[in-house]
Design a protein around this ligand. Structure first.
Ligand SMILES: Nc1ncnc2c1ncn2[C@@H]1O[C@H](COP(=O)(O)OP(=O)(O)O)[C@@H](O)[C@H]1O
Ligand SMILES: [Mg+2]
Length: 207
């Protein structure tokens, strides 16, 4: 691939056969994997403040600290369980905000608001691993939404959802786009593509 742009505020989708490199590309753009070749450049407007020893560090997401990623590039993994680290649903959502040392009242407010939006309020004290597939997926999206990243990467967000949880999920993503977030989704889902395939990137498997 010569060059790929993720237009600000738009929905970009990555499609392609299994093994074509969609997940690898998304994780690379999200600053979680060093590029196999080439380079990733974030818009200077997104760059963390402060000077770094290496020249390109401010626009190279792979060199950002995890705290700096939280408000800039959020990633929802294909398997929600890979994301869970807390013992309750509410704590899971609060983790990023705590890492950012946000004031306690603000954290409580944001967690309550997200639980409501995600239809998870009654499960606030449950262990994330005991949730149903649809609930786990919504929670994994919520943990990333909590810190309001500028760009959100979603790896097969609708996989394993039923009709109702699918609708909830698409609503959440649409609301993020309306709020100005740039959304990048890896997907095989043609209904999702119809609604959110504003900017489509198709990956060909290497031969
Ligand atoms: N640009 C690349 N060059 C070489 N190997 C790659 C590249 N992108 C992905 N791979 C490898 O190909 C395999 C499948 O990639 P993955 O990103 O999981 O594909 P997908 O998500 O489309 O199923 C992985 O082992 C990955 O390390
Ligand atoms: Mg994948």
């Amino acid at each position: 691939m010569a060059a790929l742009d993720l237009p600000t505020g738009m929905s970009t989708t990555f499609t392609g056969a299994n093994g074509s490199g969609k997940t690898t590309l998304a994780l690379t753009l999200a600053g979680l994997l060093p590029p196999l070749s080439g380079h990733v450049e974030a818009s200077p407007a997104m760059s963390p403040p402060g000077l770094r020893p290496r020249g390109d560090a401010r626009t190279d997401p792979a060199q950002w600290r995890s705290k700096e990623l939280l408000t800039r590039l959020g990633t929802v993994f294909q398997d929600p369980e890979h994301q869970f680290v807390a013992s309750t649903v509410a704590d899971e959502i609060a983790i990023g905000l705590r890492a950012l040392r946000r004031p306690a009242p603000e954290i409580s407010r944001r967690v309550a608001e997200l639980l409501e939006q995600l239809h998870l309020t009654r499960l606030a004290k449950a262990n994330p691993f005991t949730l149903s597939g649809g609930e786990k997926r919504r929670l994994s999206v919520g943990t990333v939404l909590a810190t309001s990243p500028d760009v959100m990467f979603l790896d097969e967000p609708t996989f394993g959802q039923d009709r109702r949880t699918w609708v909830d999920l698409v609503r959440l993503v649409t609301a993020q786009l309306e709020a100005g977030t740039t959304v990048v989704s890896v997907t095989h889902d043609s209904d999702y593509l119809d609604l959110l395939g504003e900017h489509r990137v198709h990956l060909e498997a290497a031969s």
